[in-house]
Design a protein around this ligand. Structure first.
Ligand SMILES: O=C(O)C(=O)C[C@H](O)[C@H](O)COP(=O)(O)O
Length: 316
């Protein structure tokens, strides 16, 4: 097995028109959830993925379960539980494509997960475990689950990637910093945005980050995502920059970070250089930016090959 993720998935209500949510009457029901998005992205690229989760024993839970299974993700460790409705969120698209999220996940089904549900025999089969801050933000219990998972990963030499995915609607900057920094001794690689770097480490300057991450947490590999300015990676004392793709018609930026994570993880598993990993991850993210929905735009390898000019794209 290649990549394992753990998290809360939700029904995404995508508005059919822009403007304040109180005036939007129609929505398209889709599926979201940062960690599930990464599993979908990796699976579409051809990796063998698993996802640990709990969903509500309801219509939305059943839909997400079959959706994940349909994407080829191993759902052996996903269960539907009574008494906890499947999480939902609504997107609001305002002028200039600014998107607000409104969460209905106060009682997430993942709250029923216990540390004993994390099965070492299952976890140790994977090459990479990808965690994101969202799962830890939605309930304090989930932080114990993550620590249990990280300890198993460390014991079995499984590579751990972290996307802080800090959602200030779900927890405070201080809580995010304390929790996520407590995971760092078990983390091999971080991919973060500039604002997230400021929240976690009080700087988004590469030289300060390299020093702090190496000296305090022994982390020798990280990526700083800088939106339209592209991404910068640090590894083996070397800094590598990769520009973002230009001239994209961005319709929905939600999910692009998870798409980037999928592409980057694909590169780690295939032993690629930082330069190749970053440019591939940027291309995967570009696909998601141009399609509404959190994961619909995630490309298959064939789409990328055509996009990168490696395969002929015959349209008709
Ligand atoms: O917002 C949340 O809490 C979710 O889990 C829903 C979304 O599907 C992901 O957040 C997308 O994540 P990005 O790729 O960072 O935009």
């Amino acid at each position: 097995m290649d990549v394992l993720t753990i998290g809360d998935a939700l029904i995404t209500m995508n508005p059919m028109s822009n403007g304040p949510l109180r005036f939007v009457n129609s929505f398209e029901r889709k599926v979201g959830g940062a960690e599930l998005n990464v599993a979908i992205g990796c699976s579409r690229l051809g990796l063998k993925t698993g996802w640990i989760s709990r969903l509500g024993q309801d219509e939305f839970g059943r839909h997400i379960y079959s959706f994940a299974r349909g994407e080829g993700i191993d759902v052996e460790h996903v269960k539907l539980v009574e008494g906890y409705p499947t999480s939902v969120y609504f997107k609001e698209i305002l002028n200039g494509n600014r998107i607000n999220s409104y969460y209905y996940r106060g009682n997430s089904p993942t709250e029923t997960l216990k540390t004993t549900d994390i099965d070492e025999e299952y976890v140790k089969q994977f090459k990479v475990i990808h965690i994101s801050g969202v799962f830890s933000a939605i309930h304090k219990n989930n932080r114990e689950i993550i620590l249990a998972l990280l300890k198993i990963a460390k014991k079995n030499n499984v590579y751990v990637t972290l996307d802080p995915n800090i959602r200030l609607k779900l927890w405070s900057a201080e809580e995010a910093r304390n929790t996520l920094c407590s995971y760092l001794p078990y983390v091999d690689m971080i991919m973060m945005g500039e604002e997230e770097a400021e929240i976690l480490f009080s700087t988004s300057k590469m030289d300060e980050l390299t020093q702090l991450l190496e000296e305090t947490y022994s982390i020798k590999n990280f990526v700083l995502k800088r939106g339209a300015k592209g991404a910068v990676g640090y590894e083996d004392d070397q800094i590598t920059s990769s520009p973002a793709l230009e001239n994209l018609e961005i319709v929905d930026e939600i999910g692009a970070g998870d798409a980037f994570a999928s592409g980057y993880i694909y590169g780690i598993i295939n032993g690629w250089t930082m330069e190749k990993r970053l440019s591939f991850a940027n291309s995967v993210a570009a696909f998601v930016l141009t399609v509404p929905g959190d994961n619909e735009g995630l490309p298959y390898m064939e789409d990328l090959e055509k996009f990168l000019g490696l395969k002929k794209d015959i349209q008709r």
